[in-house]
Every structure is written in C-alpha cells, then in structure tokens.
Design a protein around this ligand. Structure first.
Ligand code: SAM
Length: 213
C-alpha cells in the first residue's frame, strides 16, 4: 500500500503507548496484561488502515485483538480509528511480521487473520508473501494447538499459491470460499481493500485453515 508520508505519524504513535507498545518484544508472553480482560488473542498481520481489526474488536468484546503493520504512515491511520473508538480489547504493533516469534510466546495467539496481503507476484519475491512457508512456521509457533489462519484476498494467483502452500505445510483446510460475498457467510467485516475490489466486481476468496495438533 502506497501512502503519503505523514511527518506527524511518529509523534502520534509515540504519544499513545497505551495502544501501540513502544518496545513490543518486552511484552513477549505477557500481552494479556495490556488488555482489560484475559481472553483469547487474535492478531491480524498487515492490518493496513485498520478498519477490519477495529470493527472486529467492536463486534467481539469477548476477544482481544492486535493489529500488526510495518508501515508507520499506515499504522497511524489505524491508531486514529482506535483513538476515536477507545476500545479496551484492541492493541496495535508497528513491526514486520517476520519478527512475530520475538513478540509472541509459544501458544500465545489463538487466531491469525491475513487480509488482502501483498501478492508479491514475482517468484523471486515469494518469501515476502505472508502465506509463504517461512511465515507459516512463525504462525505455527505462536498459535495454540489447532490455531487457525483466516485468509481472504481478491487475488486469484495469491489465493491458489496460498492454498498450495497451506496444504504442502500440512495445514487442514476447513473451509474455502471462491466468492465470499455471494455466499451465505455471516458476519463478514470488509477491509478497506475488500471494499475497493468488490466494488469493481471482483470475487473475494477466503479460506479457514488450521494447524493439526
Ligand atoms: N489488510 C488491509 C486491507 O485489507 O485493507 C491492508 C491490505 S494492504 C494490500 C497490505 C498491508 O500489509 C500493507 O499495509 C503492508 O504494509 C502490510 N504488510 C505487508 N507485509 C507485511 C509484513 N511482513 N508485516 C506487517 N505488515 C505487512
């Protein structure tokens, strides 16, 4: 996602350590302490402008959420939404997802969301895809046994790659949608990208997968 540089983004983030941990590795194994209630933790990697994670946190007060984003100029938009809503069950982290195991302890997370992840279509960039086996290894370490990955995208190439990557890794594909918006799936929360692409008439693909015990 390309966004304009926001010179004020760094200050805004630093002024709100109650929502964006200054040094996230310090909270390894202790993320529950940053929330009002001790309850299952779901994370979104590549949270973008934060609509999905904010709406999920509003709709599911019984879950704690963390949105993870590597671009400061993007994360600050998610932070603005959180500041407006003041949600006790949502935190944000400014970090590259490749550091997930430095941030979360084994089994600390119950579910991982990946929404409209960058497709990185060139083969030489495959390792940057958030569904590459190197990332699956990280998710496997931080997820509880039988922990789930919920992934949606408009990009057919990335979807096919991800289904193959999941099954080659040994993940169980619990359910697959080839046109989410025309299905009977209930409770879908649209991301910013999802709205943009579905308005163009593109089908949205979705998969729920889990690691075997
Ligand atoms: N999920 C949002 C949505 O659906 O509207 C944003 C989608 S955007 C195409 C992908 C986002 O993932 C970008 O904001 C990008 O900076 C972020 N991203 C890509 N690779 C990442 C990584 N390794 N760690 C954290 N964020 C990442």
């Amino acid at each position: 996602m390309r966004v304009r540089n926001k010179p004020w983004a760094k200050d805004r983030i630093e002024e709100n350590p109650q929502y964006v941990a200054t040094n996230p590795t310090e909270w390894h194994g202790k993320w529950q302490q940053r929330f009002e209630k001790n309850q299952p933790l779901h994370i979104e990697v590549g949270t973008g402008k934060g609509r999905f994670i904010t709406e999920m946190a509003k709709a599911h007060p019984e879950i704690n959420y963390i949105g993870i984003e590597l671009q400061m100029n993007v994360l600050v938009m998610a932070l603005d939404k959180l500041l407006e809503e003041q949600l006790p069950n949502l935190q944000l982290i400014l970090v590259d997802g490749q550091h997930l195991t430095e941030i979360f302890d084994k089994g600390e997370v119950s579910q991982v969301y990946l929404n409209f992840s960058d497709p990185w279509p060139k083969t030489r960039h495959a390792k940057r895809r958030l569904t590459h086996e190197n990332f699956l290894k990280l998710y496997e370490q931080i997820l509880k046994p039988n922990g789930q990955i919920h992934f949606k995208t408009d990009n057919r190439g990335l979807f096919e790659y991800s289904l193959a990557s999941f099954s080659q890794y040994g993940l169980i594909l619990n359910q697959v949608w080839l046109d989410l918006h025309q299905s009977d799936f209930e409770g879908n929360i649209m991301t910013e990208y999802e709205e943009k692409f579905s308005k163009k008439g593109q089908p949205i693909y979705r998969v729920e997968a889990c690691f075997p015990n």
